[in-house]
Design a protein around this ligand. Structure first.
Ligand code: GLY
Ligand code: MN
Ligand code: MN
Length: 436
């Protein structure tokens, strides 16, 4: 689907009114150095426009047509010498589907006229205080301008995000191709990392090997910061320090995904740095793998999206009893969520342009939404036994395992997009040793 088709679909969903979608702001790192800029996924989804200081305005003319304006950084020879090329006003019309484009500096003076004929405004407040204040000032001036007609003090304000999320949750053919490509590149890089990781290396050196493969296969950036967590660091779910020196006895938990055409993979594998799981590591890994497989089986169209988590919880609970962590009847332990101290996160999340992609998990009555073809998600149970955890048998302390795959819901079931990277114990050990 083209950007323009997506915009039309959104405007048909929202109905009459004016849509305002500002670009994410740049974020300063220090002095005149910014953090790497990545446009908001909503703006990329609806226009593809990738540069900062931009704003999309659109409204519906009929069920088949709409008008789209882009306000952008204008071309500026001097600034472009320092900061890079700008798409500019002409580029916005030529390459990004705008019917008209203007310098961003003209936005606030043009907005009252754009809003004058509208009774509804689709815009998300609360992200940028300065933007909100300026918008309120425009409302005040409009109310003044129209006071003889006793208008409402401001247009009806509606957040467009839920409607955008409803569109984004179902991936079209081009989006699926990007996800497949991100998963394929990421899987190959994970396998490479398994082969090169050796005792004595620092976590960031494994990160470098992994990300070199991301880049050399065509991914320009990661979908999120790589988590390269050895030993007890694996018990920090979003660990990104990646500084520790690894030893032969460690497991390494690697959670990383390449971004391709703005879509990201999100894959985790956990493997023995020395090439062979210890008995305790193997026992924990087996439980997580069984939970992951049970959860995968639940991903089918028509099944509720919490079914994978329920299956994983059951297998993990039973496994915790077998590992000597929990005592009692699995059913009662499940009911009291006794597994929570060691399996404290969900089993899945939507996946797409954002690693934790947009999309509801529950309907307005609080019931889980059902899987539908075109949805993409992760399946990622884990078990984490912190080194200081006195509640678990000694041999389990300092072991953290997560296994995460990326799935696409199909008409008949699902497809695992990340299956190129091994997860069976024998295959994982073979991959680790094949790099020696
Ligand atoms: N990489 C973050 C997550 O797995 O959710
Ligand atoms: Mn994930
Ligand atoms: Mn992950």
């Amino acid at each position: 689907m083209s950007h323009s088709d997506r915009l039309q679909k959104l405007l048909n969903k929202l109905g009459d009114g004016l849509l305002l979608l500002p670009a994410t702001k740049e974020s300063l790192r220090n002095g005149d150095v910014h953090h790497e800029y990545r446009a908001s996924s909503d703006l990329l989804y609806l226009s593809g426009f990738p540069q900062p200081e931009a704003l999309l305005v659109a409204w519906r003319l009929s069920n088949k047509t709409h008008r789209c304006l882009l306000f952008v950084q204008p071309s500026n020879r001097e600034r472009e010498i320092w900061e890079g090329r700008r798409i500019g006003v002409r580029g916005a019309v030529r390459d990004y589907g705008a019917d008209e484009a203007y310098p961003i500096t003209e936005f606030w003076q043009r907005l009252p006229d754009l809003l004058a004929a509208q009774t509804r405004l689709f815009c998300t407040l609360g992200c940028d205080e300065d933007f909100d204040q300026r918008l309120f000032r425009v409302f005040r001036s409009l109310a003044q301008r129209n006071r003889r007609r006793a208008p409402a003090a401001h247009p009806e304000l509606i957040d467009p995000k839920p409607a955008i999320a409803e569109l984004r949750i179902i991936k079209d053919a081009a989006e699926i191709a990007a996800l497949e490509s991100a998963a394929r590149i990421s899987a190959a890089a994970h396998l490479h990392a398994m082969q090169v990781a050796k005792p004595g290396m620092n976590e960031y050196q494994v990160q470098a090997a992994l990300e070199e493969r991301f880049r050399s296969q065509g991914s320009v950036r990661n979908g999120y910061p790589s988590i390269v967590a050895s030993g007890n660091n694996a018990c920090i779910l979003h660990y990104t320090e990646n500084r520790r020196k690894m030893s032969a006895k460690d497991l390494l938990l690697l959670d990383a995904g390449a971004e391709v055409d703005h879509y990201t993979a999100d894959i985790t594998r956990t493997w023995p740095v020395g090439g062979q799981f210890s008995p305790a590591q193997r026992a924990v890994y087996r439980v997580v793998l069984a939970a992951q497989k049970a959860a995968l089986r639940m991903v089918q169209p028509g099944k509720p999206c919490n079914a994978p988590h329920r299956s994983a919880q059951r297998v993990i609970t039973k496994g915790l009893v077998e590992l000597g962590v929990l005592k009692g009847k699995p059913q009662a332990l499940m009911a009291s969520h006794a597994y929570k101290p060691w399996f404290m996160h969900g089993t899945s999340h939507w996946l797409g342009m954002d690693v934790h992609d947009v999309g509801a998990y529950e309907d307005e009555r609080g019931r889980p939404v059902n899987f539908r073809p075109g949805m993409a998600l992760t399946i990622e149970p884990g078990l984490y036994f912190d080194a200081r955890d006195q509640a678990v048998p000694k041999e389990l302390r300092g072991i953290g395992v997560r296994i995460e795959d990326d799935l696409l819901v199909t008409r008949t079931g699902h497809r695992v997009l990340s299956s190129d990277v091994p997860k069976e114990i024998r295959e994982v050990e073979a991959a680790c040793l094949s790099g020696s």
